[in-house]
Write a protein that binds this ligand. Structure first.
Ligand code: C2E
Ligand code: C2E
Ligand code: C2E
Length: 91
């Protein structure tokens, strides 16, 4: 891709995440709660996370970053433009 275009930020929709059944979203819900606690960022409707955090979450979910990203898009937790962030990671 074009080097001049920065990858999109990974911005999680915390309201959508709260509505995903915890048997699926539990690890991600705990991970984001930990980041909010570390930042002291409790009242946001969204949370920007690190590219590295998506890789860590993929290990936790035993999936590739791109498969996990598709799952999060299907839940409405990530926007479709997050695909470009993962492609930038894997290229
Ligand atoms: P840290 O990684 O040593 O970062 C210290 C401070 O540097 C952060 O304090 C923040 O003010 C700033 N900082 C570091 N990286 C970034 C960045 O990419 N963007 C921005 N805007 N600021 C950055 P803060 O936010 O109070 O976080 C405290 C600690 O909590 C961090 O220490 C880190 O250990 C952890 N943390 C916070 N947010 C995240 C996250 O999204 N992912 C991970 N893996 N750890 C996080
Ligand atoms: P943006 O990155 O497009 O974020 C738009 C709005 O989404 C933010 O408005 C905030 O209400 C929400 N938001 C995004 N990520 C988070 C998050 O991790 N936690 C919470 N609680 N809310 C989040 P806001 O705060 O008025 O910021 C406006 C713009 O200012 C941001 O647009 C960004 O361009 C810049 N900005 C704010 N904080 C940072 C930062 O830590 N690092 C950098 N590089 N830019 C920042
Ligand atoms: P951002 O603040 O706009 O930062 C964009 C990118 O700049 C980060 O992407 C990272 O590659 C680099 N960067 C910014 N500040 C620092 C820093 O203090 N130390 C280092 N080593 N790199 C830095 P990344 O890591 O993918 O993070 C994406 C977004 O997640 C950040 O956008 C910010 O909104 C949020 N974020 C990540 N880590 C922290 C953190 O520790 N505290 C807070 N408050 N926000 C964070």
């Amino acid at each position: 891709g074009g080097a001049a275009e920065p990858p999109p930020k990974l911005v999680l929709d915390l309201e959508r995440l709260a509505h995903v059944p915890s048997e699926k979203a539990g690890p991600l819900q705990r991970y984001t709660a930990t980041i909010q606690s570390q930042r002291g960022d409790y009242n946001g409707k969204v949370l920007s996370i690190r590219q590295d955090d998506l890789r860590t979450l993929a290990v936790i979910y035993d999936q590739s970053p791109s498969v996990l990203t598709e799952q999060l898009i299907s839940w409405g937790v990530l926007g479709a433009d997050a695909r470009r962030a993962v492609q930038a990671e894997e290229s």
